[in-house]
Structures are given as structure tokens and as C-alpha cells.
Design a protein around this ligand. Structure first.
Ligand code: SAH
Ligand code: SF4
Length: 418
């Protein structure tokens, strides 16, 4: 999501005549797109700013935007700590970066402006993004979040859900496909709650069916809102990837309730089973957090147990990080070493599962969409989102190639063209 936001910021700069450069030393304008979902990302911003200050050329303009500045007092703190930053804006007025740049260049006075909501309210995609992810194009279908999971800062810094008009999304995707993009990834904090003029997420997916060969993915799905007919739609589709990212966050009902997630482990597992029934080879991924306030050893074991039962192909694992202003920040906290030990155990546990799944894939055939090539070495992902490497002189980036998986080293798969 943040990567795509940076692509949009680059689009604004490009429309003003700026070109990308490789080194901070050469830049006339430096824009830092920040994130505050976890504390580590936030701490890094000040480190980066310190480095930029010493490396930038005289007169280079520095702008800071993204969700970090959107937190209470964050912009004020930044302005005080970093007097060399020229522009500070928030998530809602980010599409106007170009106007703020003009204003700073004309007046020479610092621009510090953070809005608390969008002003145009139409989720307009202001400028064409400078796309940087090869054959894949990200497309926002909605912004913001209404869920208020107790650990999460997103609803506070990105506001309530706003859905883009379905026709705009469809025409954006038609145009991307005609430009040759082979994969489209729909973006939203909770794509399953997409609604526009009575149309739902599954209606949108049906409109995106096509005889043009491409791969359609989406993220993120929320287990409480995922529609029961989605499995059927994926199974029937010519374009949808046979993969699902369904963040569970925790395996203990007590913790799930304290997180305000609105599902139980059994409900989650039942949803996973219904997807596997219709799409037996579905690639599953998830986000899991350890060390949420009050998490006991038993709660953590329930998370391990759920991870073992599901056998995710890919798991994003996080240590719970306190976010000021969220309900979980006021709950009794765990000490750092308990959290660290649990994440180490979870990472080892999942590593074994990934290894086993990779070994189990040997002998199977997959359709790989080539996303990168180095000499004759091709890299890409299968229809179930498994990363596969294979050798081919003729295959090109953007090709769909049938490959037989011949070996697995840890979680890495190697294939041969069939
Ligand atoms: N909307 C998505 C993802 C939002 S943020 C969802 O509902 O799943 C991406 C991931 O960051 C989350 O899934 C969660 O696992 C993690 N995350 C969010 N807040 C966090 C926090 N305070 N500490 C650690 N991880 C967090
Ligand atoms: Fe955060 Fe929960 Fe919204 Fe995801 S659904 S963005 S975790 S509040």
C-alpha cells in the first residue's frame, strides 16, 4: 500500500518535471513517505532524516508525508526536531504535494499542513503514478478503515472507509491491461467491505473477469467480512490468483476478542476449510502478531497450533508494537524479552512448515508469471503465489510459462519448463 502511495507521489513530482535520481546528493527534492503502523518504521524516519540532512545538496527541498505525520503532535515534534524539513503534510492532503512544493518555492516559508479528513471526498486519483513494480500494477479500490482493531493506528491516521467508484476502477484496470501490465493487485485495508452504489467486492471481481490473459490479486481480506461466495468466484475465475491473504493475527479466542477482531479461531479455521474444499491447492498467507498485551504462554501456544493447522505458504510475523492513542496501549504490556522469544519460536516453527510445503510441491506443475530475468534465469510466481526460479532463454518478463517443480531448498522452489 505504501509502495503504491510512493508511486503516486513520484507521479506528482514527474508531472512537475522532476526526474528520479539514484543518490540523495543529486536530488533537488526529497520526499519521505512515512509509516507508523509499527514503532520501528517510525524510529527509522528520524534516522533517515539525519542522514539526508548531511548528504543533501545545498537548497534541496525536503518533504515528509505519510501516516506518521498524521498522529497527534507528530508534525509539531518533527518540525521542532528537524528544522531543515521544508514541507510536512499528512495522508489526506498528500495528493496536493505539487501545490505545496510550488508554494514553498515561491514563498520560501515552510509549509506545515496536516488535514483531519479529505477535502474533495471523491477519492480522486489525482496524478498518474510512476509505477515501479514491473509487470504488476497496484490499484486502490478504497481508502481508510472502519474496524478499529485495538492495536492498530490505521483508522486514526487514514480515516474512515471511502470506496472508489466501480467504473473508475474498471476503466483504470482496462487501461493498465492495454499498456501491457500482466498482474493487477487491488488494494484496500479490508477489500471485503468494498461497497459502491449497491455494488460489492464480489460484483467488482465479476466485472474484472476477462478473456485477456492476466492475473488478478487483492489485499487485504478481513476474516469477519470475507464473503462465503468468494471461494466459488476464485475457483470459477479465469483471472483470479489461487491465493488468499487472510490475516488471523492470533490463535487464541481471548486475544482475538481483546484485539476486537470479531471472529473466533474456529470460525477462522472453518473459512479456511471452505476455501480449501473448493480450491484444494490454494496458496494461503497471513499476518500474525505475538506479544499482544496480556498474551499468556497458553495464548501463544494456541497461535502456534493454528499456524500448524492452517500450514500457511507465507506468513508475515510481527512483534506487537505499542501505538499511542489505541486501546491496546492502555492494557497491561508484556516485557520485551518474552515478545522476542515468542517471535523467534514462531519464525522457526513457520520455517519448518514452509520447508515441508516446498518439498511437497516438488513434482507438481505450475503456471509461472515471469516477473524478472537475469541472463537465462527467470523468476516469477505461480498461480498459488509460490516463488519459483527456472532457466529459459526464450521466456520473457511478462510471459506465463508452464513449469514443473523439480527441487526445493528451504522454501525456494526451482522448476523446469515443460
Ligand atoms: N488491514 C490489514 C492490514 C493492516 S496493517 C488487516 O486488517 O489485516 C498490516 C499488519 O500490520 C497487520 O495485519 C498487523 O499484523 C500488523 N500490525 C498492525 N498494527 C500493529 C501493531 N501495533 N504492532 C504490530 N503489528 C501491527
Ligand atoms: Fe488495522 Fe484492523 Fe483496519 Fe486492518 S482491519 S487496518 S488491522 S484496524
Amino acid at each position: 500500500m505504501n509502495v503504491h502511495e510512493s508511486e503516486k507521489l513520484a507521479g506528482i513530482l514527474q508531472s512537475r518535471g522532476y526526474l528520479p535520481c539514484q543518490n540523495v546528493e543529486d536530488a533537488d527534492v526529497i520526499v519521505l513517505n512515512t509509516c507508523c503502523v509499527r514503532e520501528t518504521a517510525e524510529t527509522k524516519v528520524y534516522g533517515h532524516l539525519g542522514r539526508i540532512k548531511s548528504q543533501k545538496k545545498q537548497g534541496a527541498i525536503i518533504a515528509v508525508c505519510g501516516c506518521m505525520t498524521q498522529q497527534p503532535n507528530a508534525a509539531e515534534k518533527l518540525v521542532k526536531r528537524c528544522p531543515f524539513v521544508n514541507i510536512v503534510i499528512g495522508t489526506f492532503n498528500q495528493p496536493r504535494l505539487g501545490d505545496y512544493l510550488d508554494r514553498f518555492i515561491q514563498t520560501g516559508t515552510r509549509v506545515i499542513e496536516v488535514w483531519t479528513s479529505e477535502k474533495d471526498g471523491d477519492c480522486a486519483e489525482s496524478t498518474s503514478p510512476v509505477r515501479s513494480s514491473g509487470i504488476n500494477a497496484w490499484v486502490n479500490i478504497m481508502y481508510g478503515c472502519n474496524n478499529f482493531c485495538t492495536y492498530c493506528i490505521v483508522p486514526y491516521v487514514r480515516g474512515r472507509e471511502r470506496c472508489r467508484p466501480i467504473d473508475n476502477i474498471v476503466s483504470d484496470i482496462d487501461s493498465l491491461l492495454s499498456k501491457g501490465y500482466k498482474q493487477i493487485t487491488l488494494l484496500g485495508q479490508n477489500v471485503n467491505s468494498y461497497r459502491y452504489m449497491g455494488k460489492t467486492f464480489t460484483d467488482l471481481l465479476k466485472e474484472l473477469e476477462s478473456d485477456t490473459k492476466y492475473r488478478l490479486k487483492f489485499m487485504t481480506s478481513h476474516p469477519k467480512d470475507i464473503s462465503p461466495d468468494l471461494a466459488q468466484i476464485i475457483s470459477d475465475s479465469k483471472v483470479l490468483s489461487h491465493s488468499l491473504h487472510l490475516p488471523v493475527q492470533a490463535g487464541s479466542d481471548r486475544i482475538l476478542q481483546a484485539m476486537n477482531r470479531h471472529y473466533t479461531r474456529d470460525e477462522y479455521l472453518a473459512k479456511i476449510s471452505s476455501f480449501r474444499e473448493l480450491i484444494p491447492n490454494i496458496g494461503l498467507s497471513s499476518d500474525v502478531m505475538v506479544g499482544f498485551p496480556t498474551e499468556t504462554e497458553d495464548d501463544f501456544l494456541q497461535t502456534l497450533d493454528l499456524v500448524e493447522r492452517v500450514k500457511y505458504n507465507n506468513l508475515f510475523m510481527f512483534i506487537y508494537s505499542r501505538r499511542s492513542g489505541t486501546p491496546a496501549d492502555t492494557m497491561p504490556q508484556l516485557d520485551y524479552s518474552t515478545k522476542q522469544k515468542r517471535i523467534d519460536r514462531l519464525i522457526k516453527f513457520q520455517f519448518e512448515i514452509s520447508k515441508q510445503l516446498a518439498l511437497g510441491a516438488v513434482g507438481h506443475t505450475a503456471e509461472v508469471l515471469v516477473s524478472d530475468k537475469d541472463g537465462s534465469k527467470c523468476y516469477g510466481k505461480s498461480e498459488t503465489d509460490a516463488a519459483i526460479t527456472f532457466e529459459s532463454d526464450s521466456a520473457q518478463i511478462g510471459d506465463f510459462v508452464r513449469v514443473k517443480i523439480v527441487s526445493a531448498k528451504n522454501a525456494n522452489l526451482t522448476g523446469e519448463v515443460v
